[in-house]
Design a protein around this ligand. Structure first.
Ligand code: AMP
Length: 281
């Protein structure tokens, strides 16, 4: 596996594959990689086949953070990340610098204006503008045939699909399932900032969503009841729910009546760490 730490080195590394018309499958990340990311890279490897190229990017994208402290505290573990990438089957790790990605005069931004408004978009102004901008830039640099995104960030996956369709970006977006710890907690780079107690509280997030889904499977169709049931389980000291909603998966608008295929979406704070999770009914 090769590592390219600058845009010009990325071009050089990808030139032979591009000339030969090989498949390029891309997994964008912010690093601090874990088993969730590894599952995306392994999927990319399978989709690229033996002749294709799997590219992973590691870039902590400042514009998508709306709190400076969250950005500075974001774990940076490039040496371990490169080991994980190699083991999971990546061919190339692209880890550009901030100035390579955003030269001082950078002044162009990409905004999606429907799917980015509710849920995380309503609480993190500018977050999805930062995401769309960096992903489009990475697409233009890597020029992948396919890109893989995790459903852990299901709103992000939905709006990146919308962005590529709306802007005619020639890339196929592939979504991969959420990888969880044994107790149901969705794996996240931010989990490593939790103490053992915080880690136990964090496991309640998935428990609450699973309970609401169980109530749905038993026949409850009123969103207010499903959400109230889940909220009750989350009413514990040390855990603060930021939002808990039931939405239609295609529009991300509130669901008037719970229907199979809707998504329960949740964001909560534990020990100053913002965690998100979701579950499809
Ligand atoms: P991040 O590094 O957190 O920006 O995530 C990079 C990619 O990995 C995104 O497409 C995420 O949705 C995906 N991802 C992160 N955690 C998980 C997980 N637990 N399961 C599946 N995909 C994940």
């Amino acid at each position: 596996m090769r590592i390219a730490r600058a845009i010009r080195l990325l071009d050089r590394a990808l030139a032979p594959a591009r000339r030969a018309g090989r498949r390029v499958v891309f997994v964008p990340t912010m690093g601090a990689l874990h088993e969730g990311h590894a599952s995306l890279i392994r999927l990319a490897r399978r989709r690229a086949g033996a002749r294709g190229v799997v590219v992973v990017s590691v870039f902590v994208n400042a514009p998508q953070f709306n709190q400076r402290s969250d950005f500075t505290k974001y774990p940076r573990t490039l040496a371990a990340d490169s080991v994980l990438c190699r083991r999971a089957g990546a061919d190339l790790l692209f880890a550009p610098s901030a100035t390579d990605m955003y030269p001082p005069s950078h002044s162009t931004w990409v905004s999606e204006e429907a799917l980015s408004l509710p849920l995380c978009g309503a609480r993190r102004p500018g977050h999805f503008r930062g995401v769309c901008t960096v992903v489009l830039k990475l697409f233009n640099l890597v020029r992948p045939t396919e890109a893989i995104f995790g459903l852990k960030d299901f709103q992000q996956a939905a709006l990146l699909q919308r962005m590529t369709r709306d802007l005619n970006v020639p890339v196929r977006i592939v979504c991969a399932p959420v990888v969880r710890e044994a107790d149901g907690l969705a794996m996240s780079s931010r989990n490593r900032r939790l103490t053992p107690r915080g880690r136990r509280l964090a496991a309640l997030l998935n428990g609450a969503l699973a309970f609401a889904r169980w109530r749905f499977l038993r026949g409850e169709r009123r969103p207010s009841r499903l959400l109230a049931d889940a909220r009750r389980l989350l009413r514990v000291p040390g855990l603060r729910v930021e939002y808990l909603d039931l939405v239609r998966s295609s529009t991300l608008r509130p669901s008037p009546r719970a229907t199979r295929g809707d998504t329960l979406a949740l964001a909560a704070w534990v020990e100053g760490v913002r965690l998100i999770d979701n579950l499809r009914l």
